[in-house]
Structures are given as structure tokens and as C-alpha cells.
Ligand binder design. Sequence first.
Ligand code: HEC
Length: 502
Amino acid sequence: MSRKPGLQTMFACVLLFAAGCPSATAPLAAGKCRPGLSYQCACSDGISIGSQVCALDGSALGVCQCGGLPGNGLAGGTGGVSGSSGSAGSSSGGSMGTTPLPCDVAQLLTEHCGLCHGATPAFTAPMSLVTWEDLTRPSLSDPTVPVYQKVLQRVRDTQKPMPQPPNPALSADQIAVLSNWANSGAQKGTQPSCGGAGGSGMGGSGGAGAAGTGSTDPNIECFDIIARATADKAQKFGVPTTPDTYIGFNYAPPWGSAQVQAVSATSIIDNSAVVHHWILYSNSSALSDGTNQNDSGSHPGGQYIVGWAPGAKPMVMPDDVGLQLPGAGYQLEIHYNNSKDGQLDSSGVRLCVTHAPRAKLAATHPLGQELFATFGAGDVTGTCVPQGPFPITILYSSPHMHLKGTHMKTIIKRANGTTETLVDQPFDFQNQITYPPATPSAATINQGDSLVTTCTYNAAAQFGTKTTEEMCYNFVTAYAAGALAGAPGYTGVSGNGNTCIK
Ligand code: HEC
């Protein structure tokens, strides 16, 4: 690896405070919501994610439905959440055929794959994994092998694992259920129903209302930052039919010029057939409210706030912590994968903010490396020597690279010589997500600790802001704000004073 200078100013700061930039999204009075949309919510077991649907008059969110698959954001049986989930993608399709699978196989697929590969595929999954026919037909990406062979490949794939992160990987025992069945001839099941595990329609999922949003705190206001048409902000967005399209939806700060802190971010899912994942960025310069553009996943001037992919939990700040919301504009970037005409969407994020500053201010700090060029596949590392104040508390990590990025880890080197993992995950540009610290103790950084971020690329990589160039950032949400950025008082993301991008 050699160094190549000159590309460091990715967060070029052009402050264009458009005079009187109108507030785009009217705040929703406590409890109000967008009619028909599905909001995520936390289930009472503390693990699962359910969904609650907004009443047709927008007056209130329904009860949190948690009867679906565990921990995956799907509330089975809420029905009719998404107006668009009725039919499957053109090249693929929902379940065809009705022959059952053996119960152990069926149950495993329902529980771990059903969020996306149900009878009607969701979140851009290309096929159903419900019936014996679904598993034994030729696979879409390689018709010379049956789907179940692809299944065995992908559940063992460390690069592009199935289920896709953040959903946990299958255990060796679970993989054995699938491989034993395949190796013994991929037999049909004999029981038409396996009791309880019936895969229900994937109405729509995601969306959490919980966490702060239903709060009675009068200082908290929630804003729905969602996909919308350019011509008329009140209308849904017409989703292009180009596969893997990244659309950035531009917002003026919905809270106007008020100084606010974020307290929670929960996903709103409208059209679960076309949404793959989203990321919310703040932007150093103002953005033209109501516009949107195809941005190929590139966002110079952007700073990561929160990302979501199916299965991810809502982001909720601890009660005494508020997240800094820098920037003069906001951009919701949604990754769509759609091949059908006429698909509309208004998915996005419900961002709740407080007008009463909390005792602790958190910020999202980039860790990693900015000046690099590799001559081939390999690693780039960046070492963060935090300047404090200590202790620093880490809430989330959000790895960010571009198309050649395959893996990212951030290891904490403790002052006493031991190491601890903060995050160590395969990276997929198509599925960028936010992770909590790998262990509870990894959340605390003390004086003398350093954090080493290693980005792995599968080809020669050079730093730059274009999608064809590369990045190596772990966006770490932590408090006190600025503690992982270096020089005392330093609040920017990049530049000379930053001892965490080196
Ligand atoms: C959170 C959503 C989600 C979950 C959960 C999920 N998948 Fe997928 N799956 C996808 C998406 C999206 C694709 C298409 C993109 C890709 O291939 O990575 C896909 C693709 C696949 C493919 C590739 C098909 C081909 O022809 O190449 C296989 C096989 C697969 N999934 C199996 C599984 C299995 C088995 C499980 C459960 C153990 C599972 N998936 C869980 C979303 C999901």
C-alpha cells in the first residue's frame, strides 16, 4: 500500500443557508402518523421487532404486532400493510407449487429466511423459500444448480452470507439441518402443516414506533423523513425499474433553525417489495428541499447519522444522551431494487428529536483512513488515538466502504496490551448497516486505548468520494461528542486536527 495525497476534502463545506428555507416536514403531533404506513416497534420480549400500522386517518399508530418471526421486524398477520406486496418480482415470483418441505427444514426457513423469502418475497429478495418446489427448481443466478444448492452456498458464505446482516448467521447445527436434507435426496415433506410455523403473507414490515416516539415528553417531536415525489412532496415516489438504484431524498432541517438533538430513529416501511436498505445523512451544505436524485450511493458533504436494513432494530439513545444533528440539510438515501413498472414508495425514517438538550451529547465520528491507494486486493488500516474526554461511550458502529470493500473490523487496543473487538463484519455495499458494540465492555474507551480500523478490499483501491473510488470509514456514534475526533473542541469530521483518521 502506498499513500496518495490530495483527496482529503471530501466533506467540502459550502454553507448555503438559503434564506428562509421552508421547513419541509410538518412535525407530527404526539401520536400522529402517516396513514397506512408501517412503523417499527420494540416488542415486549426486548429482542423482537414488530410493526404498528398507522390508522387510515393518521390519528394514531395501532398496537405493536409481534406475532411474526422473532427479531426480524416482521409482524406476521398485520396484513395489508403494504399496498404493493401483493405480487412478486417479474423474474422470480412467490411460491409456486404447494408440496410441503419436511418440518425441520420448513421451520428453519420460516424463522430465519421468511422475513425476505416468504410466500411473497420482500425487501428485494429474488425468490420464495417456502415450498418443496421453491427449493428444488433451478436457481435464478445459476440455473444449472437447484435453489437448495445455492442455499447451502449462501448460508456458509462469509462474504455475502444469508441471512444477510444484521440478521444472525445460522449455527452449524442449523446448517446441518439443511445439508442433511439436501444430502439425503431433498425429499418432499409428508405433513401438509407443521403446526404454528406457517409463513404468513409478508405484508410489510419494519417500521418501529417505539422508542421515544410514543413518548409523552413535550420536548420531543418526531419527523418522518420519507421518500416523496419531486413534483408534489405529498405524493409517493415512483420507483425506477433500474436494478440497484440509490435515490437521495433531500430535506431542509425539518425542525427549522431550532437546536435539537436526535433521540431515536425508527424505520418506516411502505413498499416492502422494492426497499432494500436506507441511510440517513446530514449534509454540510443546504439541500433543495423536496428534490431527489439518483446518487449511485455517493454523498460528498454527507455525514452518516443512521442506517437500516431489514432485521435492524430502531436506534434509541439512552435517556440522558442526545445525538448531535449537524448540517444544513438532510438526505435520506434509499437503495431500491425494482423491475416492475408502477411501484410507488414512501418508506424512510421517523426521526425523533428533543428541544431540551440532554446531559450528554453524542456525535457520529468517522474512524479510519483517508489517504490511501492499494496496488491490489488487501487491507487498509487507520488508527484512532482518541483525545477524550474519557471515558468515551460507544453506542453504534456503521462501517462504510464502497464497491470493492469486503470486510471491516475495528479492534480496541487497550492501554494494558489486551485487545477487544468493537465490530468485525463482512461488508456489502448493497447492505450497509449499523451495529452495536460486539460486547458490552467494548462500549467503553479509556485513556491510553486506541482503535484500529481495518478495511479489506477485493481489488486495487484508491480513496475518493466517487462510488468507483473507495472509502474506509467506521462511523462511530459515541459520547462525548468530538471525543473520537481528536483535538479538543474539534467538531468537524475530517482534517488536520483529527487523530482518528490516520
Ligand atoms: C433480510 C432479508 C433476507 C433474509 C432474512 C434472507 N435473505 Fe436471502 N436474499 C435476500 C436478498 C435481498 C437477496 C438478493 C441479493 C443477494 O443475492 O445477496 C437474497 C438472495 C438469496 C440467495 C441467492 C439466490 C440466487 O439464485 O443466487 C439465496 C440462496 C438466499 N438468499 C437464501 C437465503 C436463506 C437460506 C435465508 C435464510 C437462512 C435467507 N436467504 C435469508 C434477502 C434475505
